[in-house]
Design a protein. Structure first.
Length: 131
């Protein structure tokens, strides 16, 4: 499972692309497609497509790693750890990054459900409290 730990370390920053697509009107200036840089004057739609494709690839790797595991790292089925805490917010906001559903990745979807069901995570998701 060491490959999954290394993978998480390498790609968690990439998973933050939803921030770019959500909050930056000139996403093409920040986007990098795996095959080419988007800073060549193309519109942000081309760059968003590159980000969505790379996100799907990352989700596929995580899904494969989570096939027989409950959490990203740790012995056996895994242990809830900082890796889960770090990845969860980015993957939980998948809709902001152009991924409407996690149905294509059942292991990842089950992991999101396990992490989201934790009492402490629920407390964090409900901040600030509804008024």
């Amino acid at each position: 499972m060491h490959y999954l730990r290394a993978f998480v370390k390498m790609y968690v920053p990439f998973l933050a692309h939803d921030h770019i697509l959500t909050y930056h009107s000139l996403a093409s200036q920040y986007s990098i497609d795996r095959k080419s840089h988007c800073m060549n004057g193309h519109g942000s739609r081309d760059c968003q497509s590159g980000y969505v494709n790379e996100t799907k690839r990352v989700y596929s790797v995580l899904n494969k790693g989570l096939r027989d595991r409950h959490y990203l790292v740790g012995p056996g089925k895994g242990t809830y750890s900082i890796a889960d805490m770090n990845c969860f917010p980015h993957i939980n906001r998948h809709a902001n990054g152009g991924i409407d559903s996690l149905d294509e990745w059942p292991g990842l979807k089950a992991w999101i459900g396990r992490v989201a069901a934790r009492e402490q995570v629920q407390s964090g998701l409900n901040l600030p409290p509804a008024s």
